[in-house]
Each structure stands twice: as structure tokens, then as C-alpha cells.
Design a protein around this ligand. Sequence first.
Ligand code: KG4
Ligand code: ZN
Length: 337
Amino acid sequence: MHILGIETSCDETAAAVVAADGTILSNVVFSQLDEHTPYGGVVPEIAARAHLDHIEAVVKAALDQSGIGWDRIDAVAATTGPGLIGGVIVGATVAKALAMVQDKPFVAVNHLEGHALTCRLTDDVAFPYLLLLVSGGHSQILIVGGVGRYKRLGSTIDDAVGEAFDKTAKMLGLGFPGGPAVEQAAKSGDPTRFDLPRPLMGRPGADFSFSGLKTAVRNTVERLPDPITDQDLADVAASFQAAVADVLADRMKNAIAEFRAAHPEGDTLVIAGGVAANQAIRARLSTLTDKLNMRTVAPPLKLCTDNGAMIAWAGLERFRLGKSDGFDAVCRPRWPL
Ligand code: KG4
Ligand code: ZN
């Protein structure tokens, strides 16, 4: 079984062909970064138009590189939300049109479910597992009981983790997207130089909050001696990243206790979403799970950030359970798991 997956919910125009055994036959990602960089963030109107400009070439490349024809493609999947709605509509409409013309079923995929299930494409992960889903728009801790079966243990009460990275990068003049730039800068920084707050740390539950940390970073940057040196920037980046890692580890400790109480056999923590690309955060959570006789699984870096393979795979997981959708499936800017 093979599925074509299309992803257009943010600023990546992406398509992939994936087989049921987990082979990725093609995975083409066109990043619109250059078109959004002058504005310091993703501009929804520009994203929607750019998806329209690039979708045809991206889908064609994914089909060509897969080495298989339509006769061996069983269904077409696309992100139908949550995300920037103009882009979502572009990808979903192209997917529906292709499915209609080629006489294939259409599978509507929740973008978050794409991130949540990617670990089963790349690693041997069985249900149930504990999931830390951290991207630019979402930060949640969920128990994944099966395809379409999610129990939320915690979520951010203000900013998403990726958003906190992006805003910190902006304050430090490190450009956009911020996550990789902050991680890079932090490598040569002293994480103990600035004593930044760890919001909600030590409290019960598994919710996060990052707006207080963001404000503290702003105050710290404003108080730096002029001119700001590269070392200052690196120290702020490292101190910020350490605070985020401390908060995530603390919140995950509570979530793991709750997960284990419900599923004593559960032994896997999965990190997914763009922020899962961060090596310092991965290492920190691995240390935590090692101590608790669990393992941490994170997809390879290029499958952490948005891509078509994760949508093809989530589509495949749904499709092989007999689930598909009508061409009237709606696109949704908000769609919680
Ligand atoms: O999942 P994703 O590609 O798009 C959304 O669905 O939001 O996640 C993008 C987010 C951005 O906020 C980006 O700064 C962050 O993931 N990110 C990182 C890293 N790479 C990407 N954050 C921290 N460290 C990284 N290495
Ligand atoms: Zn995403």
C-alpha cells in the first residue's frame, strides 16, 4: 500500500509518497523561508500564494522521485488543519482534485496527528506512548492510545515552545526561524550566566507557561551593556534554552507519573514537532527517561519539522483502519487533537 501525502499548513509546501512498511519513496519539501524572512515571521497571505505557486512542482517531484505510478498509489492524504487556512485550502484542494481525477480515496489528516504518529514511521513504537508535541503553534503532552485516540495531560497556557524560541531569536537579532539559530548560538554560551525564571516548575500537573520567560529574556537583553557582544548573545541563548529544558523535564516528570499510573506497561516517551529537532532538549529528556527506565524516541531531524511524509504516514495509519473522507471534508484553522 502506498499513499501520497500533501502538507501546506504553514510555510513548507511539501509532498511525499510513503509505503505501508514505512519506506519513504520520496519526500519533497519546498521551504518558503526566503519569502517570509524580510517580515521576521510567516505572513499568512504570502504563504497561501506561495503554496499555490509551488504546489504543482512539489507534488510532481514527489511522484516522479517515488518511482511508482498512480496505478500503485492507493489513496491521497492532505493536511486539512489546524494551520494557516489559506495554505491548508490550497493543499487540501489539490489533494482532493488529484484523488477525484485518479479515482482514489481521500484521507483528511490533522497536522498534529501527523507529528504524533511520525515515530511509528521511523521507529518501532507501539501504542500506548507518551507524547511531547512541541512545535511553533502547539505545545501539548498527550497519551497516544491509538490512531485518533489522544488524552491530553497538559498544554501551554500561553506561548508554544517554538514560539518562545522564535521570539527569543528575534530579540537577539538571530533571525527567523529562531529555534535552530538559538540552539546554534547556545552551543558557545554559558547557561548559568543569567538566572531566568522556570514558570510553573515544581507545581502539580503538566501544563506549561512561557510568556514570563519571554519577558525575562527581553528585560535581560535590554540590560546588556552596549554594544552587545557575540558572547552576550550566546549566554542569553544558552540560559534561555536551559530554562526551557528545565521546565520541559519538570512537566514531563509529572506527566510520566500520570502515564505510568494509567499504563504500567508503557515505556516510551516520544518527542515530536519542530522543537523536537533541538538536541539539548532531546538529551535532557533522554536523561530523565533513562532514570525512570523508559526510553525517549524522537524522529530524525528532517522529519521533526513539517514535511509530507508525516502526513502520508498518518493518512496511511487511518486508511488501513478503513478510514477515509469525502471530498466535502472541511478545512479547519483550529482542530485540537
Ligand atoms: O512543526 P514545525 O515545523 O511547524 C509547526 O507546525 O509549527 O515547528 C516549527 C517550530 C518553530 O517555532 C521553530 O523555531 C522550531 O519549531 N524549531 C526549533 C528547532 N528547529 C525548529 N526549536 C528549537 N530548536 C530547534 N533546533
Ligand atoms: Zn508542524
